[in-house]
Design a binder for this molecule. Structure first.
Ligand code: AMP
Length: 172
């Protein structure tokens, strides 16, 4: 884990003043760090019977796809509006400035699925709470929530549904 931490790059004032952005591209481009991420993420869910990993656009696609591959599960994208070609369900949520919407294909998850929803970073939790509600509306057997990095000071965990089973590889 110390090796992964050493590869995370902090960018001050991106995308706006006051934000310290946790840049994971420096983790993903490093073969050893990428391998460790895949292994460590998959160890969390190895014995859970996971059938689908849902990745949130766009940084959640990278770890999410690796996790799905490692677990022998399928991968499902949650995307910004208008990107998915077939019938979708959508959720709109409040951001610091204005609102945002995310979508998932209506036939992406079934009642037989055991799902991990993955994103790279938990900040305020708004995006994940919306994704959780989307997946929940499809009534799968179980939903796990996963992040590579959790920014604890922002209290995002408190904005996720109380029943959510949340695990982060690294907490700051
Ligand atoms: P949230 O505030 O939890 O809804 O975060 C929204 C999205 O922005 C998440 O998908 C994160 O990937 C990203 N994000 C928010 N804050 C940061 C940060 N400080 N560093 C890196 N990514 C961030």
């Amino acid at each position: 884990m110390e090796y992964i931490k050493s590869k995370i790059r902090d960018i001050a004032d991106f995308p706006q003043k006051g934000v310290i952005f946790k840049d994971l591209t420096t983790v993903f481009k490093d073969p050893r760090a990428l391998h460790i991420i895949g292994w460590d993420l998959s160890q969390l869910y190895r014995d859970k019977g996971v059938t689908k990993v849902v990745g949130i656009e766009s940084r959640g696609f990278i770890g999410g796809a690796i996790l799905a591959f490692e677990l022998g599960a399928g991968f499902v994208p949650v995307r910004k509006p208008g990107k998915l070609p077939a019938d979708t369900v959508s959720a709109t949520y409040d951001k610091e400035y204005g609102k945002d919407t995310i979508e998932i294909h209506r036939d992406a998850i079934t009642e037989d699925d055991i799902v991990v929803i993955h994103d790279d970073v938990l900040a305020t939790g708004g995006t994940m709470a919306a994704a959780y509600n989307l997946v929940k509306s499809m009534n799968p057997k179980k939903i796990y929530v996963n992040f590579i990095i959790e920014l604890g000071a922002l209290g995002g965990r408190g904005n996720l549904p109380a029943e959510a089973d949340v695990t982060s590889l690294i907490t700051y």
